[in-house]
Design a protein around this ligand. Structure first.
Ligand code: ADP
Ligand code: ZN
Length: 603
């Protein structure tokens, strides 16, 4: 039997484990069970792939993500691992071929859809085959409270009953305690060792900007930072995803819409193009979600505010699974705040449910308005306290100015009160600024003491004040009278002058410093980089696999920097195992040497 370290190097081409991968792998090799909580991109797959290779028999991976199995298997085969999958996309004869291979011990890894495993004949098959371990991926699907619940997952406890001696590993990126407990009880994992990695995704840069012209802001972000990158743009409504996608197409981007209202064929096609082609942008509702296991998504953009911090974290987490720099970019504004508050106030349910919703909403709004490190706030929300500010979020990179908004807040609250808590923001700002409108004349609001007291702030500044007051819960939004602002209990001390309030000074993006590109490391030879990517694309096309299955971006970047000239130098590059060295080493070395002689002539 090869040691895990040897397998890591020769098969996967990586020099060392990322803790706690090694401890997890040892546990399984020794026959123990494990429960693994690791963020997306943390490296969960190796935790079951390596023990499957090290132990005798085949590792059986249960995953609900049928669409991904093909690519996962292709990637493993590229490494020389004997992998296959069993799911409903296979023809009967193809499935039989896989079953025969399993029975005769010719497989190292088998991916199975959960519904298959619940069939008697599959169990019978497994019983006559040697099984190295069971890996239950996306284990949070057993949770009936979560949004990814799969009834088939509930029956997975049969694994323990039928195969008491086969080690099991359950894996998830979902953090919370309650889900974890549910996984343990429902899958009989009381004896399992728990491995809980931190939830930080240090390569993701969090940025939340004020929305003024969302499309132009988005366009600028894409042009300046992600001109040819793959990414996901989230919107709340189906219509908006389509409109945004078509608009981006007109701007020259390879953008496709994705939402639950599209027919199955179109959805599958758009998802496949996103996975297979390079530089495709998907504009989606949250229907585009779980199972987007593409490692090189360079940005996730939100044009609408997600409802909770959990969904924000999950959605942004789809960026940068390969560990390379990625952007989580969002624009939000007063209308988003009002919309979410309204949605919440109009929701059905018990008082307890409403309080929980209120709490979640405050958390996401708080994240938007916060002036200190966003990553600290995010991680603190998940119970993972960090001492240091991160240095890789907008607030760390460009500290936010604050101002004493006490006086302005009092004026704003007072105008809400004096106009009878019946008006929306636009009118309230008009009154404060002393505007002359029909509405003001109609309600005689020019006679109020607050009329015209706020001329020192402009329209945008007042909107910013109202937004922050709503976001922080001093004002609420009346659902019955569309958009009318009302006072909340919380504003009393502020009105009485017993409390002061610091506000965020909103900056227009145009004035803000240009953001640094996240894409390529400095000093990279762009022509060589493109040549290597072209070579990768051709190899991928020939074999009908996504380009990252051949080599990850990271590997190509290392090639650009180290410029290997021999196979033995090539073998030292991260992500180059024995099989890939054999298959691709010479081809890429040729690209590199061709390129260096070409540039020698030119200089
Ligand atoms: P997860 O399933 O937790 O989201 P993956 O298993 O897909 O994460 O791994 C994410 C990325 O990290 C992959 O590109 C993988 O090859 C890489 N990776 C995992 N473990 C290591 C390691 N020990 N050294 C280098 N790269 C690693
Ligand atoms: Zn930070």
């Amino acid at each position: 039997m090869n040691s895990p370290q040897e397998i890591l190097q020769t098969v996967f081409g990586y020099p060392s484990f990322r803790p706690p991968q090694d401890a997890i792998i040892d546990t399984l090799i020794e026959g123990g069970d494990a429960l693994v909580l690791m963020p997306t991109g943390g490296g969960k797959s190796l935790c079951y792939q390596i023990p499957s290779l090290a132990r005798s028999g085949c590792g059986v991976v249960i995953s609900p993500l049928i669409a991904l199995m093909q690519d996962q298997v292709s990637a493993l085969r590229q490494l020389g691992v004997r992998a296959s999958f069993l799911n409903s996309t296979l023809t009967a004869s193809a499935a039989k071929g896989v079953e025969d291979a399993l029975r005769s011990g010719e497989l190292d890894l088998l991916y199975i859809a959960p519904e298959r495993l619940n069939q008697e004949r599959t169990l019978a098959l497994l019983k006559v085959s040697g099984i190295a371990l069971f890996a239950i991926d996306e284990a949070h699907c057993v949770s009936q409270w979560g949004h990814d619940f799969r009834a088939d997952y509930l029956r997975l406890s049969i694994l323990h009953e039928h195969f008491p001696d086969v080690p099991r590993i359950a894996l998830t990126a979902t953090a919370d305690e309650r889900t974890r407990q549910e996984i343990i009880t429902r899958l009989n994992l009381e004896e399992a060792k728990q491995f809980i990695a931190g939830f930080d995704r240090p390569n993701i840069r969090y940025r939340i900007a004020l929305k003024h012209n969302a499309r132009q802001q988005l366009l600028r972000f894409l042009k300046e930072e992600h001109a040819s990158d793959a990414g996901i743009i989230y919107c709340l409504s189906r219509r908006k995803t389509e409109e945004t996608a078509y608009w981006l197409q007109q701007q020259g981007f390879n953008a496709l819409p994705y939402h639950a209202g599209l027919d199955t064929g179109t959805r599958a096609d758009h998802q496949a193009r996103f996975l297979r082609e390079e530089g495709v942008i998907v504009v989606a509702t949250i229907a585009f979600g779980m199972g987007i296991d593409k490692p090189d998504v360079r940005f996730v953009a939100h044009l609408d505010l997600p409802k909770t911090v959990e969904s924000y974290y999950q959605e942004t987490g789809r960026a940068g699974r390969d560990g390379e720099p990625a952007n989580a970019w969002m624009v939000y504004g007063l209308q988003d705040v009002i919309k979410l508050r309204q949605m919440m106030e109009g929701s059905e349910g018990s008082e307890e449910h409403k309080r929980a919703e209120q709490h979640r909403l405050n958390a996401i709004l708080g994240l938007c308005e916060i002036t200190s490190c966003r990553r600290q706030a995010l991680l603190a929300y998940f119970g993972d306290a960090q001492e240091q500010a991160c240095g890789n979020c907008d607030n760390c990179l460009e500290p936010v100015a604050t101002w004493d908004g006490t006086e302005a807040a009092r004026m704003a609250l007072s105008v809400v009160y004096r106009t009878g808590q019946r008006f929306g923001v636009n009118h309230l700002v008009d009154v404060l600024r002393g505007a002359q409108t029909d509405k003001i004349a109609q309600f005689n609001h020019q006679d109020l003491v607050t009329y015209g007291v706020g001329k020192s702030l402009d329209n945008n500044q007042w909107r910013s004040v109202f937004r922050q007051l709503v976001a922080r819960g001093f004002l609420s939004v009346d659902l019955e009278r569309f958009g009318a602002l009302c006072l909340e209990e919380k504003c009393r001390p502020l009105l009485r002058g017993e409390q002061s309030i610091e506000m965020r000074r909103d900056i227009k993006q145009s004035k803000a410093k240009k953001q640094t590109k996240t894409q390529l490391p400095v000093d990279i030879d762009v022509a060589l980089w493109e040549a290597l990517r072209e070579c990768r694309r051709e190899l991928a096309d020939e074999q009908g696999v996504p380009p990252y299955v051949i080599f990850h971006d990271r590997t190509l970047q290392e090639l650009c920097v180290t410029l290997p000239q021999s196979l033995s130098q090539f073998a030292d590059i991260g992500g180059v195992g024995e099989r890939k060295l054999e298959k691709y080493g010479a081809i890429f070395l040729a690209v590199i040497s061709e390129h260096s002689s070409a540039s020698a002539i030119m200089h």
